[in-house]
Design a protein around this ligand. Sequence first.
Ligand code: PEP
Length: 252
Amino acid sequence: MRKKIVAGNWKMNNDLNSSVALISEIKNLLASKSLNAEVIICPPFTSLDAANSLIKDTQIKLGAQNMYYEKSGAFTGEISPLMLKSVGCQYVILGHSERRTIFGESNQLINKKIKAAVENQLNPIFCIGETLEERESGVTFKIIETQMREGLEGLTAEELANLIIAYEPVWAIGTGKTATPEQAEEVHAFIRKLIGELYSTEFAEKLIIQYGGSVKPENAAELMSQPDIDGALVGGACLKADSFVKIIESAQ
Ligand code: PEP
């Protein structure tokens, strides 16, 4: 049985003070609860250090929303894997659709970032997903396959032992339109099958595949009860402690 993992992608929200307040609320709500899901929060870079101190001795783990693939040097404005590790990150979201569309990240760049993450023992949360136009023109599986083949190129099953894939249909992110559990499950099953072909069925069976795209307390349980949906990557709804905790508690 795979464990469920629920991660909160805060995006560019919350300054230091409001980050501290949100984490404190999440901590209070989760305190002494026995959970069926692992919990990850991904605040902005400027709040990671404070978050790391606040989540010590809790069930919450820390992730970043992006990073560059070099260790250090003349890369103004960028953050390295080692910097993320130094503030307690265990996870990093890579290939988010906002990075792909707004910042022009290609599968090749994302591949370099995934390689750098695993070389530095950071667990990638690798985001993939089709746009509405791609879904409507019937190329969803082709897009997913290309993102996976190019994003994971040259990486071995051993290197990817702690990989998480997040299927996030672009048309469902921040739009309030959620994929139906059946639509999501169909793509998750495809992702697992492809991982089986690229690596092994044993690896595919262990792989955590999260769904992301307008997950909220009202739809989380049904989505996460699908056989190939192993948790959620939550955007908007993770900015309210009670909604985020309800989603975490929906994992069975
Ligand atoms: C996300 O940003 O990864 C996301 C899924 O956002 P939302 O839940 O707001 O759709």
